[in-house]
Design a protein around this ligand. Sequence first.
Ligand SMILES: Cc1ncc(C[n+]2csc(CCOP(=O)(O)OP(=O)(O)O)c2C)c(N)n1
Ligand SMILES: [Mg+2]
Length: 574
Amino acid sequence: MKTPPTIGEYLIEQLHRRGVRHVFGIPGDYVLGFYDQLQRSPLKVINTCDEQGAGFAADAYARVRGLGVVCVTYCVGGLKVANTTAGAFAEKSPVVVISGAPGMKERERNPLLHHKVREFDTQKVVFDQLTVASTVLNDPQTAFQEIDRVLHAALRYKRPVYIELPRDMVNARGIAHHRPANPHETSDPQSLAAALAEATALIRAARQPVILADLEVHRFGLQEELVQLVERTGIPVAATILGKSVISEQHPRYLGVYEGAMGREDVRRYVESSDCVLMLGAFMTDINLGIYTARLDPARSICATSEKLSLGYHHYENVRFKDFVCGLRRVKWRRRSGNSLPKVPAPPPWIARDGERITVQRLFQRLNAFLRDDTVVVADVGDALFAASDLYIHRRTEFLGAAYYASMGFAVPAGIGAQLANPKLHPLVLVGDGAFQMTGMELATAVRYGLNPIVIVLNNHGYGTERHIQDGPYNDVAIWHFHRLPEVFGAGHNFVVETEAQLDDALTEAQRRTDSFCLLEVMLEPLDRSPALERLARRLSAKLRASSELGRQHGVKQSRLPQSCGGAARKTSR
Ligand SMILES: Cc1ncc(C[n+]2csc(CCOP(=O)(O)OP(=O)(O)O)c2C)c(N)n1
Ligand SMILES: [Mg+2]
């Protein structure tokens, strides 16, 4: 009889089968046994500086490759990836969190073992809230089945899962002759047929249908289906900021990013005057809806996601998102010819103006010309993200940003995850000085594993986004000497950019120096901002004023709101 694999070996085998080749994390004594198995496996361990870096990298890896893994020790490591797992949950990214834990034998009589918080299951209880499925592999009889169940849930729902591996179970053997489950869920055929018939009739009868494509089109790998649907029907397509790049932004039927009143006015007018908005995989977050300025009438919308399908006020049960999209694509359409579509404005030609100081707007105009087919743009929270919404992405799936959960610190580690997930991609990381201070040390990880991201630090001396909503000295950050980082990390290149000409030179150099990371520190005025951030800040501060007004009416004392930019923020770093 063939000896069954150990629990750790089976887990590795199943991850590998699902396309995983890298595992991000930091070991600890509760997970060292499993790290030893990883070391002897075809999966490569990527040691980051901090667990949060590993979590963000695994998230980006999952977005690019379909599944990502972060592996940490009990509580001290696990709880550090609670934030990144929350982000992966909120933005639908299938990340497997593997955590070591005290052995089952060690737990008898409830001793106070190191790293324990309250109960042995405290960490599991936390992750129950942040994942779609979780398990503690505490029984060799059920471990393989549990691994199958949890990994299936990650891929089915495109959300994170949690696997706790007690250290005395890593080398325990599971049951013999286990056959990995391969559940294949299908739509209810009648429900699917009825939904497709109704949707087809609605779209055919519509005067000006439009597709609004969002994040799930990307997560479920339906980009090609979307392109075909657009081409066969001739229906124009807009994307949300979360779904940016699900279709090439140079496609002739592409309208641009729709973000209610925050986006381009011609796109807004076109989408909102449509009598049939086909929302595919849409995630109706406040930012996607332009801080609730979007005016989309549910009565005239078809809304399909992995969780629900509604046509106007009709709801259909048991229809898989993928089957609905593929079904629509297969319908025999008469192609509409579009005459008066809003046109994505071509990036203005860029010529450096002599002696002119660089601004956010000019920086992004220049970056438009810098993007290539193999670029993956990774944007951190802050103006890096807002300004990037106006970039023109060439192919599909090359824009990664935490545009809903919006945790700072995403971009530098995510650039690492994206490049390892697909080595053909060259990351262009856009990050504010504040966000860089959170996870920028992961550039050391890029150096260690031979990666070469181009990192643009938007140095506006503080939390610029917040200055435009409500300012005070709490929005200043400590001054860093970014140009010394290559010295600290023992590799990489640094460029200080103060003028338009320096930006040109630095980008040309960065394209040549591909042996390691290139860091461009772009010196900006503290109150400079992109047109997109200007629109957003206006909305957010109005909202903030409205809620403090409400608070005052309820007798809550209002704090003083300093309007100016904090003094220290005006100093430059050199
Ligand atoms: C982890 C985390 N902490 C705090 C915030 C709140 N926040 C949103 S934007 C922002 C400022 C970002 O500063 P920076 O990275 O320098 O970018 P900038 O706004 O200056 O472009 C802060 C603090 C957040 N989104 N995430
Ligand atoms: Mg900043």
